[in-house]
Design a protein around this ligand. Sequence first.
Ligand code: SBS
Ligand code: ZN
Length: 260
Amino acid sequence: GNQWGYGKEDGPSIWHKNFPVAEGDRQSPIDIIPKEAPRDPNLGPIVLNYDQCTSLNITNNGHSVVVEFDDTDDRSVIQGGPLGNPYRLKQFHFHWGGKGCHGSEHTVEGMSYASELHLVHWNAVKYKSFGQAAEAPDGLAVLGIFLDTGDDHRWLHMITDALYMVKFKASVTDFKGFNPKCLLPSSLHYWTYLGSLTTPPLHESVIWIVLKEPIIVSEKQLGKFRTLLFSGEEEDQRMRMENNFRPPQPLKGREVRSSN
Ligand SMILES: C[C@@H](CNC(=O)c1ccc(S(N)(=O)=O)cc1)Cn1ccc2ccccc21
Ligand SMILES: [Zn+2]
């Protein structure tokens, strides 16, 4: 299939060859300029119902580390804010940089954070499957959370302690009972805009909700993400998984709104 990555030969600058939508009108991520993102009084708060959440496993898909959820019912949903329906949690994953360099996807006035967490949800009211939703303009809602560096995050160790089990591409291990609520910052104030997946196939199917407040994790915890490999166990070349982020894309006239 279409092999893509984050290197010189297969990275973001050449994705358009196999995925022409890369040059589309609603691509993500973007640079968010707060003073150009007016408060919209019609934007209510986002509501996260993650209490019955059902994480299943953690996997290295060769691009990131992903925690997958049982999305066969509405136990874990996001709703409110810009969303017309509840959207069902499918997975979350991270993007990060290399040693001492930042790796968030969205930036704020040109400033990037150390890392960015994406909680991926799909509109199971309107669409029959995640795959079908992933191709629809209102099919997905991704909650983006910035990670900044400072003290240890008290719960992130539950993820970083499992990373040695999924060092290689295509490795997967059980990861049950993890509630991502523990990864939220104290404020749910957000920016929202219409965008896309930030990796191929780059479908323009995402309602983005990016939280303004970052969570704080330590350099040591972030460093554990960089022990993951892009490469599979059988490959002789070991390529460290780092800098797995797409840079900001043209806004092309889109409006970014701010919650109150
Ligand atoms: C959409 C693709 C898989 N890609 C994603 O699911 C995805 C999700 C979020 C982001 S980001 N970085 O923007 O948050 C990027 C990619 C293929 N695919 C199609 C159907 C399908 C079913 C299960 C799994 C993968 C599937
Ligand atoms: Zn992502």
